[in-house]
Design a protein around this ligand. Structure first.
Ligand code: IFM
Length: 418
């Protein structure tokens, strides 16, 4: 039987995403300082955090060096080479972030040379026929800001507003698509509630207060970007989880689902209503609740990080977002898969769900795989391999994975086999 083709809409954007701190190398910010201070502890704790099969497969998790971002992928210097690869792979868009600590290394002092660096990056993307999506904040703060309380500082929105105004004035004419903040709710959860990430707070109240600060920061940046270019398109990158009760109609399981959906998926959207030109989906997690905890689903495949793979979740999320009547971009979706045994299937299964959502009326305009390159995965370090392109961290050699070639076929033809 002949395979049916699932066509994507004309002009659909296909690409991949990265973030400054995870790929550039040579950064000094709150995360790099925290990594250096905590490397020994993280290496020590790895034996309690991961399953036996993960510890065997990735012994580098026990090496403190794994937790120091250092040169990362040296993308700061090698970006042209990386964009050549993206173009070769048929990408027509690319998402990256500007590192605040480079632009404003000291409070109120802006570094024009670094702006020029990012201008070159943007032009290099465009010169290869790709549409740049630029993120202003992908979790890292300049050290001076962290000393003043970081995201919790009363003035965080004011500082972010000033930084975004400066960048918008300098680069506003070069870029159409802007993402102000990356996954604010991941930071609320992991930095302020569970205390895993810097500054390792454990306070529901601190986390709760941050929503409004992030929303104000986003709205300020939204206004500055539009002031610089009224035609620009601005949104924030929202992590959206798929939620499900273990027992349907069971009050406490359903209640957990409702709370989860509100604090993770909806609250930031509500607080920024009217200030988003497009919506985003960053999809990694499927959560099933059996009161009082989250439980795993038997039989689902998992990534190297033991995250369950559940493609249908992305359909459900998009289905819910349709009610906002805004264009949607999938700005992140991916998995850690060092031997590249699951990535091809992962991409295709998620794309089928996305195609189904388009068929059902969702205005989805692009897909960015996370990530173009293997990179530095925050408190986990270098062992999780998220890249379409493998990085040899010793030689900085780039090697295209076979799943990237399969994804390239989809990008180039704008369709997948059903
Ligand atoms: O690597 C991160 C990225 O920085 C934000 N979204 C989730 C990815 C995988 O954990």
């Amino acid at each position: 039987m002949e395979k049916q083709k699932l066509k994507f809409p004309e002009g659909f954007l296909w690409g991949a995403a990265t973030s400054a701190y995870q790929v550039e190398g040579g950064n000094t910010n709150n995360w790099s300082e925290w990594g250096e201070k905590n490397a020994e502890r993280l290496a020590e704790e790895a034996k309690f955090c991961w399953q036996d099969w993960q510890q065997k497969k990735f012994p580098e998790m026990f090496d403190p060096q794994n937790y120091i971002s250092g040169r990362a992928c040296d993308h700061y210097n090698l970006y042209e080479k990386d964009f050549d690869i993206a173009r070769e792979l048929g990408h027509n868009t690319h998402r990256f972030s500007i590192e605040w600590s480079r632009i404003e290394p000291e409070e109120g002092k802006f570094n024009d040379e670094e702006i020029e660096h990012y201008r070159k990056v943007i032009r290099a993307i465009k010169a290869r026929g790709m549409e740049p999506f630029v993120t202003l904040w992908h979790w890292t703060n300049p050290v001076w800001l962290e000393k003043k309380g970081g995201c919790e500082s009363r003035d965080f929105p004011k500082y972010f507003s000033r930084y975004s105004e400066y960048v918008a004035q300098k680069l506003g004419q070069e870029v159409k698509f802007w993402i102000t903040l990356n996954e604010p709710t991941s930071v609320i959860a992991s930095s302020y509630i569970t205390g895993m990430w810097p500054p390792q707070k454990r306070s529901l109240l601190a986390g709760w207060k941050l929503y409004k600060k992030f929303a104000r920061a986003h709205i300020e940046a939204y206004k500055h970007i539009h002031a610089a270019d009224p035609d620009s398109q601005v949104g924030f990158a929202n992590i959206l989880h798929s939620f499900e009760p273990y027992r349907r109609k069971w009050f406490l399981d359903e209640l957990m689902v409702r709370i989860g959906k509100y604090i993770t998926n909806r609250r930031m959207l509500n607080l920024t209503k009217g200030y988003n030109d497009f919506l985003t989906v960053q999809y990694y997690f499927h959560n099933r609740f059996k009161f009082p905890r989250k439980i795993r689903t038997d039989g689902l495949p998992v990534s190297d990080m033991n995250w369950e793979i559940f493609p249908h979740g992305i359909y459900r999320i998009i289905h819910k977002l349709k009610e906002h009547n805004l264009p949607i971009y999938i700005t992140e979706n991916g998995l850690a898969d060092a031997d590249d045994s699951r990535r091809e299937n992962f991409i295709k299964e998620h794309l089928k769900e996305i195609h189904e959502a388009i068929k059902d009326g969702a205005d989805i305009r692009g897909y960015f795989h996370w990530s173009l390159l293997d990179n530095f995965e925050w408190d986990k370090g270098f062992w999780p391999r998220f890249g379409l392109v493998e990085i040899d961290y010793k030689t900085m050699e780039r090697k295209i994975r076979s799943s990237a070639l399969e994804y390239a076929k989809i990008c180039k033809s704008n369709e997948i086999d059903d």
